[in-house]
Design a binder for this molecule. Structure first.
Ligand SMILES: *[C@@H]1O[C@H](CO)[C@@H](O)[C@H](O)[C@H]1NC(C)=O
Length: 428
């Protein structure tokens, strides 16, 4: 390395740590030897320090320090108090100043001052959503496969449990929701898929993005599907989850979660509009609707045969066993289910999900989804369920989960509803 290169390196190195770095050079006259200070770099104003040349010139003038420790004093006639030597933060061969940060996966490390002379890294240590133990553990052999999803990279598990889910704990009132018993002794098909049974009536998978609105999405999509099915296609549209997120504010927390019984009551009492007239925004926006006039001006669809201007449902009911859930889906459309989500579920790619022993076993959240059917694979019974994490997640936005074993609590709180459609639509 030539002296010039070394000198440039030294200057660059010093400038990287400007305000605090005080090179540990022996004090003494450098610029002061012959009191020569230059505007530009000239060899005449260089001095040998340790192993390199130092220039007493403006090019190398730094805030507190220069290559030449006496530059300020000799060339600028300033008396600078030397700052104490400060140990910088170091990572990957780079120096960081107080307040600077770097990312380690989903966590942030900040360079903080721990004493008068020492800076040190202070790092968050939260579990991230994506975890290599889950990916390797699950893929070593189970009924489903795990995948490292881009959409979850660099995200904390605690944020995923709030903003990728969104169902608030079921209250005592919620649990009292009227039970519905079908008790039908019929032969159920091995395979049933609402998308095949009613190809034009089943609403597409939504991407809730980073908004805890699963409660609104599962209700809006279950209601959409059921309106279309129960009206024989007369009311075939997609209902707007945003009208719940934005307009059902009482007792609800928008993108920070919602109670499903409160939301169903809102759809029953106040009603919601269609997706085209109030598209999904993944944010807590203001509710734009006040009166019927507004709705039509806003280009909203008005129910064909309803007395009201918005889409309303009858009181929801609770299904409490596998056969009743199956009967209900076959008879009147997809149902809503509340499941418990642990870290491994975020990794689901395909197959029949069952909870694995990998990943964080303590952090969990409630998630509302839409069951659209069932099937069997290699003797294993499963539900077919629509998630709300976009079409690139799972099996085109859907997942399959073990059926008949209350896997991840998926059979513990299943909600069905009849849509407020008049006799005019009833099946012949
Ligand atoms: C996921 O992929 C990203 C990008 O390739 C990588 O940086 C990250 O370490 C991976 N995460 C896991 C848990 O494998």
């Amino acid at each position: 390395m030539t002296n010039t290169m070394y000198f440039l390196f030294l200057c660059a190195f010093l400038s990287a740590v400007t305000a605090y770095w005080h090179p540990d050079l022996p004090p003494g006259p450098y610029c002061g030897i012959d009191n020569k200070c230059c505007k530009d770099r000239e060899d005449g104003c260089s001095h040998r320090i340790i192993d390199t040349l130092c220039y007493c010139d403006e090019f190398c003038d730094r805030y507190h320090d220069d290559c030449c420790p006496d530059y300020q004093k000799v060339c600028r006639h300033e008396d600078v108090q030397p700052l104490p030597f400060l140990n910088p933060c170091i990572h990957g061969g780079k120096f960081y100043l107080e307040g600077e940060t770097r990312r380690v996966d989903c966590n942030t490390c900040k360079c903080v001052r721990v004493s008068d002379t020492t800076l040190s890294w202070s790092c968050e240590n939260d579990p991230c959503i994506m975890d290599s133990d889950v990916i390797f553990g699950v893929n070593r052999g189970s009924s489903w496969r795990a995948y490292n999803y881009t959409q979850f990279q660099g995200r904390k598990l605690k944020d995923g449990l709030v903003f990728k889910l969104g169902t608030l704990p079921l209250s005592r009132e919620t649990r009292l929701m009227g039970p519905i018993r079908h008790d039908k002794d019929i032969n159920y098909p091995t395979h049933f898929d609402a998308r095949e049974r009613w190809p034009n009536y089943i609403s597409p998978v939504v991407d809730q993005e980073w908004c805890g609105s699963d409660w609104a999405i599962s209700i809006a999509t279950v209601a959409s599907d059921r309106f279309a099915i129960q009206s024989n296609g007369a009311e075939s549209m997609v209902l707007s989850p945003q009208s719940l997120v934005s307009c059902n504010r009482n007792q609800q927390r928008g993108c920070h979660g919602g109670h499903i019984d409160v939301a169903w009551n809102f759809v029953r009492g106040k009603g919601i509009v269609d997706e085209e007239c109030f598209p999904y925004k993944a944010a807590d926006t203001k509710c734009p609707f006040r009166s019927k006039g507004n709705l039509i001006e806003a280009g909203c669809r008005i129910p064909v045969k309803q007395r009201t201007s918005k889409y309303k449902v009858a009181p929801p009911g609770r299904l409490s066993n596998e056969r009743d859930i199956m009967y209900d889906i076959m008879d009147s459309g997809p149902v809503q289910a509340v499941m418990t989500v642990y870290q491994d579920f975020f990794h689901y790619r395909d197959g029949v999900y069952r909870r694995s022993p990998y990943g964080n076993q303590h952090m969990k959240g409630l998630h509302s989804v839409r069951i659209v059917g069932w099937g069997e694979e290699r003797g294993e019974k499963y539900w077919i369920v629509a998630n709300s994490w976009g079409c690139n997640w799972g099996e085109n936005g859907y997942f399959r989960i073990l059926r008949g074993a209350n896997e991840a609590d998926i059979e513990s709180f299943v909600v069905t509803v009849l849509c407020d459609v008049t006799r005019a639509y009833q099946k012949k």
